[in-house]
Design a protein around this ligand. Structure first.
Ligand SMILES: Nc1nc2c(ncn2[C@@H]2O[C@H](COP(=O)(O)OP(=O)(O)OP(=O)(O)O)[C@@H](O)[C@H]2O)c(=O)[nH]1
Ligand SMILES: [Mg+2]
Length: 403
């Protein structure tokens, strides 16, 4: 874990018509030939991601997208890919290529609609006028004024070709960044300097060989940064570990699969939570997840449940999303309960067939993406919870844990 994972990077996506210079601008911003450039419209057919440290923005992930004006059967699929990227975008660069005053104006000005669409999803938008090198200063000013009329905001003037205006783009991104971006912590108020924190981390068949999984690594690092005293053990060594400690831990963070065992053994003074419950708050909306867990009680054998996983790993034996959770749910509700599973970027537009959605901890997704899914579920009035919260609820201990 030497590099910042993608999920923790500021996701900066470029949107615009085909040929507006999105790929050229990614290359200019990153100073590398990351994306393919050509005069042919429709060159970019799949989103291209490039992770980079950018002063003063920090760890960023640049996302190049196919033009949103693409047509035809394949074009429509490309636009769909672009729309998927919107769900993950923290900040958008909207490339506007306006016609010169003496040229016929394009039949349609999609920028206003696009800017509004992005802003409705809570995404700050930086309008950009690219290919400034093609115009005289007077023409550039006229174009910028035109875009300002359409978008309600003055664009940043750049030339991806000559690589001018890059500092202005960085400053514009910085100015639009939500003040609290990146401020979210995993353990929040639950752990502070000097607290003794015990991590219960069973290294079962699902644990990657020779490594710890991302939520464990990130939590451990955060606790060390907070100057907590961190102890860790596997489930079978929990009793020995508690005995070895001079005082009970202030907080115990456990893998949610062994929630019940840990709850039964924990000292009464120790507060208990799980990695996935913490990540539900870090990555999503813990309050919606907790409230939605009660929907489990309203399920009937005829209900339909959607399980959504972020990773697209080959299912393992005793896989939590594929085996453990379905088994727990069916034991409680009935064998006929219909459970659909989706993975990665697949997430249905129409959630109405489902009485409940259970999402994984989403360590591979950025916060924005999970919140987009929560917003979608809320709008369609479908309860959505996550693995850890559901397991805690099924074990009857959701009210007794902290988040
Ligand atoms: N003069 C000039 N040409 C540019 C500039 N930026 C891009 N171009 C040219 O515009 C054409 C399209 O550039 P791309 O970067 O491929 O455009 P795109 O928006 O990624 O296009 P699609 O992938 O097809 O959606 C290429 O011929 C580029 O060389 C610029 O700043 N100035
Ligand atoms: Mg392109």
């Amino acid at each position: 874990m030497i590099r910042t994972p993608h999920s923790n990077r500021l996701h900066i996506a470029l949107f615009g018509r085909r040929n507006s210079g999105k790929s050229s601008l990614i290359n200019a911003l990153t100073g590398q030939d990351t994306a393919l450039v050509s005069p042919l419209p429709g060159t970019t057919t799949d989103p291209v991601l490039k992770a980079m440290e950018v002063y003063p923005l920090g760890a960023c992930l640049f996302i190049d997208t196919p033009g949103f004006d693409d047509e035809g059967a394949l074009g429509t699929q490309r636009v769909e890919r672009t729309l998927q990227m919107v769900e993950k975008t923290d900040i958008a660069l909207l490339l506007c290529d306006a016609a010169l005053p003496h040229q016929p104006a394009p039949a349609e000005e999609p920028y206003k609609a696009w800017k509004e669409r992005l802003e409705q999803q809570g995404i700050p938008v930086v309008p950009v006028l690219n290919k400034a090198d093609l115009y005289s200063p007077a023409e550039t000013a006229a174009l910028a004024a035109h875009i300002e009329r359409v978008c309600g905001e003055r664009p940043v003037l750049v030339s991806a070709l000559k690589r001018t205006g890059m500092e202005e783009i960085r400053q514009a991104i910085l100015a639009k960044l939500p003040a609290d971006f990146g401020e979210q912590t995993i353990t929040g108020e639950l752990a502070k300097e000097g607290d003794l924190v015990l991590l219960v981390m069973p290294q079962d068949i699902q644990a990657p060989k020779g490594r710890l999984i991302l939520p464990q690594v990130q939590t451990l690092r955060e606790l060390l940064d907070k100057k907590c005293l961190v102890m860790s053990c596997t489930t079978d060594k929990l009793g020995d570990t508690l005995q070895a400690l001079a005082a009970p831990p202030r907080l115990i963070i456990t893998d949610s699969q062994v929630f019940k065992t840990v709850y039964e053994q924990k000292p009464p003074q120790s507060r208990l939570t799980s990695f996935s419950v913490l990540f539900a708050g870090y990555k999503g909306d813990i309050h919606y997840f907790a409230a939605s867990a009660a929907a489990i009680d309203r399920l009937t054998p005829q209900s339909r449940v959607l399980i959504a996983e972020a990773c697209t790993h080959a299912p393992l034996t005793e896989d939590i999303g594929r085996e453990k959770l379905p088994r727990l749910l069916r034991q409680r509700i009935g064998e006929q309960l219909q459970i659909d599973t989706v993975a990665g970027n697949d997430f249905p537009h129409d959630l109405s067939p489902y009485q409940l959605i259970i999402h994984c901890g989403a360590c591979m997704f950025n916060r924005k993406y999970v919140l987009s899914r929560v917003a979608q579920a809320r709008t369609q009035q479908v309860p959505m919870t996550n693995y850890g919260v559901a397991i805690a609820y099924l074990n009857g201990i959701l009210e007794r844990i902290v988040y």
